[in-house]
Design a protein around this ligand. Structure first.
Ligand SMILES: Cc1cc2nc3c(=O)[nH]c(=O)nc-3n(C[C@H](O)[C@H](O)[C@H](O)COP(=O)(O)OP(=O)(O)OC[C@H]3O[C@@H](n4cnc5c(N)ncnc54)[C@H](O)[C@@H]3O)c2cc1C
Length: 440
């Protein structure tokens, strides 16, 4: 029997569990740990609440989670409640699938001012991550600046733009809906250092900006390259740029019907956040030009008034004591998923924050191949590890309050039962409430 511990129950964790099942069938026992009492990582706390069809991928993970040889071990933080070294003593292989939960810093003056948020925090807030439930952003000003030209920046912009009615059918949490309802925003500036041909936004997400009931997108036509140059782009990016061209063609009269403008500010590199009394009031920006794909400052500096700022410029993994970490790359030091024989990483913890949910699947399968290779080479010892019973004994000695998958199903049932009309669920946003809810 092989015993495998996976740290993290997001896509990478569950794809790895699925791959282990396919590889070893009944000859494997997999424990999937999560620090939260609820599974699925960013499917629950990252993917936008108004994109329910994408969140539906969790049904696939549930099928894996419900099989006899895979079990969910929630409410256990590895590195705090239990060390990686302890797991290594109990399991033949330990796989880190902890994602990249921290915002990459911009390293700009004023970054710590009030009403300035990283996207991990802001997205976590509207998606009910317990760590960010109390964020309490102030939306009483009129201009938000969203820094970044990727899909997360689009998610944040769209969520800031929508009316209460447009959240029908979503699982946005009540505290966020209530604050968004009071929003006085009139302008959302999406700031990017480079130009339309360098965006990381996908066409579907960009196209959604054309269908908002109270916000309209604006692109300055002078920012767009010659149309003929679009032919050189890969098809997805070309489609996205076509959306930008259609935004640039919107007649001025159209904006009178929309209380919020979403303004794309290309070739714009933030230099500092400026504020008073501890709160952000403006973003100082340097105009750039793109040379050989890189943004180069032109020396022209201007200021955008900003009552709030959300930075969507990427994420970092969180180091775990005694596990080699690549500080520069912000992820675990690894060679194609192998940290060392017996210790592996997958998903964002392995690659950094890139790719779609599906990108994590081949990662999971390839790490299981590495484990199988190391086992076959005798690099993981000769079996005899205790696996589950060993962990259960440790958890009991340490007084850990482990949440099982069956407990999660009770929490889920309660979340569904308390959903507002038309919504799939109303999430618990506090760990204590989740634990209480498992009583059923
Ligand atoms: C805002 C946002 C929106 C996105 N939207 C989309 C989308 O629409 N479509 C798409 O294809 N992709 C989307 N993605 C990307 C997708 O979410 C990721 O590719 C995927 O979630 C990465 O999976 P992961 O398992 O590596 O990490 P995660 O999903 O982050 O899972 C990591 C898990 O590890 C747990 N964990 C962390 N540390 C510990 C610890 N020490 N002990 C125990 N558990 C721990 C966490 O609680 C979490 O459950 C989005 C990402 C973000 C940030």
């Amino acid at each position: 029997m092989r015993h495998i511990a996976i740290i993290g129950s997001g896509p990478a964790g569950y794809y790895t569990a699925e791959a282990a099942q396919k590889q070893w069938g009944d000859d494997v026992r997999v424990d999937v740990f999560d620090m939260l009492p609820v599974p699925y990582g960013l499917i629950r706390t990252g993917v936008a609440p108004d994109h329910q069809s994408i969140k539906g991928v969790s049904k696939r993970y549930e099928a894996t989670a419900l099989s006899d040889n895979v079990r969910f071990v929630g409410n256990v933080m590895i590195g705090k409640d239990v060390s990686v070294a302890e797991l290594q003593q109990l399991y033949d292989a330990v796989v880190i699938a902890t994602g990249a939960p921290h915002d990459r810093k911009m390293d700009l003056p004023g970054e710590d001012l009030g009403n300035v948020f990283g996207s991990a925090a802001f997205v976590g807030w509207y998606n009910g991550h317990p760590m960010f439930a109390n964020l309490d952003p102030d939306l009483s000003g009129d201009t938000a600046v969203v820094i970044g030209m990727g899909n997360v920046a689009l998610d944040v912009t769209r969520i800031l733009s929508k009316s209460r009615a447009e959240f029908a059918g979503s699982d946005i949490v009540a505290h966020a809906l209530d604050i968004l309802d009071t929003s006085k925003l009139k302008r959302i500036v999406v700031l990017g250092r480079r130009g339309p041909h360098q965006i990381m936004m996908t066409p579907k997400e960009l196209g959604e900006l054309s269908h908002l009931t109270r916000a309209a997108p604006r692109v300055d036509p002078v920012d767009l390259p010659e149309e003929g140059e679009d032919a050189l782009l890969e098809p997805g990016l070309r489609k996205s740029v076509t959306h930008l061209r259609s935004f640039a063609a919107i007649p001025e009269s159209h904006y009178a019907d929309y209380p919020i403008e979403i303004e794309f500010d290309f070739f714009a590199s933030p230099r500092a956040l400026i504020g008073s009394a501890g709160k952000v009031e403006a973003v100082e920006v340097e105009r750039t030009k793109v040379e050989a794909g890189r943004a180069v400052g032109t020396g022209e500096v201007y200021t955008i008034p900003a009552s709030m700022v959300v930075c969507c410029i990427g994420y970092r993994s969180s180091p775990i004591p005694d596990v080699p970490f690549d500080e520069r790359a912000g992820r675990f030091a690894n060679d194609e998923g192998r940290i060392l024989p017996g210790l592996y990483c997958v998903g964002w913890a392995r690659r950094g924050p890139s790719g779609t949910i599906g990108t994590n699947r081949p990662d999971g399968f390839s790490v299981v191949e590495k484990i199988a290779e190391d086992m076959a080479a005798g690099a993981l010892g000769h079996g005899g590890k205790q696996g589950r019973p060993g962990f259960d004994a440790l958890a009991e000695r340490r007084g850990l309050d482990v949440v099982t998958f069956r407990d999660w199903k009770k929490i889920e049932a309660q979340e569904e039962a308390r959903a507002r009309e038309g919504a799939p669920r109303e999430k618990f946003v506090d760990v204590a409430d989740m634990i209480e809810a498992r009583k059923g």
